[in-house]
Write a protein that binds this ligand. Sequence first.
Ligand code: ADP
Ligand code: MG
Ligand code: MG
Length: 922
Amino acid sequence: MAPKYVYFFGEGKADGKADMKHLLGGKGANLAEMTNIGIPVPPGFTITTEVCDAYYKNKQQYPKGLDKEIAQNLSMLEKLMGAKLGDSNNPLLVSVRSGAAASMPGMMDTVLNLGLNPETVMGLIKKTGNERFTWDAYRRFISMFGDVVMGIERHYFEEILDKYKKKSRVKNDTDLTTEQLKNIVEEYKEIYKKNAREPFPNNPAEQLHRAIQAVFASWNNPRAIKYRQLYEIKGLIGTAVNVQAMVFGNMGDHSATGVCFTRNPSTGENKFYGEFLINAQGEDVVAGIRTPEPIANLEKEMPAVYKQLFKYKNILEKHFKDVQDIEFTIQENRLFMLQTRNGKRTAPAAIKIAVDMVKEKLIDKKTAISRIDPNQLDQLLHPTFDPKAKREVIAEGLPASPGAATGRVVFSAEQAERLAEKNEQVILVRKETSPEDIGGMHVSQGILTTSGGMTSHAAVVARGMGKCCIAGCSAIHVDYKKQLFKVDGKVIREGTFISLDGSSGEVMMGNVATLVPKLSDDFATLMTWADEIRKLKVRTNADTKIDARKAREFGAEGIGLCRTEHMFFGENRIDFVRQMILSAPDVKNLKTKIAYIQKEISNAQNNKINVLKKDLARAQNEIKYPMTAYMSALKKLLPMQRRDFEQIFKEMDGLPVTIRLLDPPLHEFLPQEENNQREIAKRMKISFQEIQEKVSALHELNPMLGHRGCRLGITYPEIYEMQVQAIIEAACNMKKKGIIIYPEIMLPLISTEKELIILKELIQKNAKEIMEKKGVKVNYLIGTMIELPRAALIADNIARHAEFFSFGTNDLTQMTFGFSRDDVGSFVPEYIDNEILEKDPFQVLDQEGVGKLIQIGINGGRSTRKELKIGICGEHGGNPQTVSFCHGIGMDYVSCSPFRVPIARLAAAHAALEQPVSRATI
Ligand code: ADP
Ligand code: MG
Ligand code: MG
């Protein structure tokens, strides 16, 4: 059988139906469906998307047989309408409309009133008796055809229209007289001729042929291509073309055109919503030609038509079981439906609608869940700017972390903290941020950086904190010395109010009003449904009791990653941390030296021993001073860490808490800038030179590949011992108070089995002593991060000693690709543009490569220890695609920042719906 290229709809019967969107486009499929269920739709036919595909594949040649099919369908249409295209007594007019499977509103083209020429105009006047309307239709047709088919910009036509309106001092196109419309048609033809270098085509068959071609061509106009990129619309073969008999909303005061939604798309309220315009056509409502009236007015102006419209919108919503966005036209009191599709809606509306529809028994819970895009929830969880507030945008950067922030400009983390103490709201403006700015970032409303990308330090940390951040705003030039920034000739000094829109990347002057988000009961309802469905647990990454509390409110089922180093930056601690770090390398060197001499002594000849013994005594003496400083710093830090853990255990009463021992390289805690180094030297009563020497001694060429993670625990065991003591003591103390605790101690950056054996022993030995001393027994687990490829590859051996695995996918991605995550801004965007990479692998987990390592790690781990608990704690844990992947490969939980917990819960429910049988169990 030859393929069918054209599908007819009309007279209550259609060749197509709603589920044929891929072939007929959304518009065509739904026009067919509406026809089938008895909704009044002007008849017509749809040329399939396959024709579009063939057209592009075969050097813009149509498939054979298409012309014949179009001719047959056209004559069916003509018979049904009792009018003929181009008939000078009884002309048929049609619209030629685009429409792909995915809705791309306004991206492609449509021509209305096709079929008019000097003869058919006369015929239409005779037929309708409405001269003014006919000329109005004609002028619209010429301008649309000129625009869509010949690419003549609309403003040429609009200028002429404006000229006439001005001349006769009227505001609206409806006030123009027939005579004026006639003249406008003539001038339009002139403009057409001038720009197209040919006269306006009068032959309706030619008009039709060229309009169809233009619609196919519009599939690949830059606008449409960009739209598909932006919304990641993939896998479509092209647009369909709908040729449809015209109905006219511009026939006078009993005619109108409008757009309506079955429910309010911005609040979700179940109330008919929409707008219409009397005596208008097509896009007039949307284009703002005149101010449209609210749909409620239609009830007064055309009660019978309104009643019909109300009935049809109910039928349509019931039929499609979702909010419908409907286009309609009223021709002399007769109602026609021209389009229906699922309405786009805001996040709050989406939730309300989904929950309401379950209550109305229109859809089930699973459908309700699947209708909410997890990413959309982001909108709900952060404050937003009042849409009514005025915006004075001064610059635009990367929207690195959503939210709406206003506050005074400050240029250093210290200043941020000083002002925050006085309850000032501040915005931290930096060229870039570094780990030492954490404290200042934490107290700021928002963060603005002038360099760095979506995965820069500022961006990652801000997202983790759920804080608004704009990164890479290169139009802004910061002058730290003068405490100001310049942008576009403006000078903004410290203390000035600015506002950041983290969703758009806009930097604005002044204090733009914000709205605090309020989570609705519907939101809570929806989340409990999601929890019923999902298999994956959702934990949070939280370093403080405040984060922990927030996350628990959002439904976190434990902490998957508590980073102890963030606690080190806290007030009055950093100096002790620094004291510890400044003495630690000496301790280490001297210890090595002592061990070496001791070994020498045991092997040495008698005559040498005395010399060696002297050396030993000197070294043992020498170590005293740094050892004292080192141990006393650790002693100071111990109660502080213990208190932190106590607070977190209390907050997480009854839930597991995974605490990672110290991870970053030590130099991150020391100031890199000279003036800061001097200040600290003074405060700590040591010489500036000494600090400088230590900083340079700790300097590494590749700190990410350097002395960090468990390597610190191996070389500076006292630090890990102090941390274990703090954790176990906190656990004992809280247990005594009746709090239910599940501590999990996690070792970072393990790459060999031996590292794990040594450190596990260290933990167990210390924990045992402390519990004996305290007279309390706590059950705790010891596990490891899997964040190095080697660890994933030898996971079977590692699992002999680890009671849980947590995949640290930030490092694992970095180490697998060999991309430094702090430097990817310089090339990854280009990689994505050139389709070398589909996505930034630091945002969306690379399933092909990194995912494979994870799979190997899981298989290895579980082959040794069947019920090994496995989770993920990289930033990816809050990304819906990654959550789906984690569900599929059989992880137990994902852990993400507090603000992404609801997103992960919903994404996990989606994953459970889409993959009821996990791949891991097959
Ligand atoms: P878009 O996809 O951009 O919405 P449409 O194909 O829906 O474009 O058409 C643009 C406008 O023209 C809409 O308002 C639509 O209702 C109107 N329109 C399209 N075809 C007809 C027709 N046959 N009769 C009357 N109005 C029409
Ligand atoms: Mg439309
Ligand atoms: Mg790591």
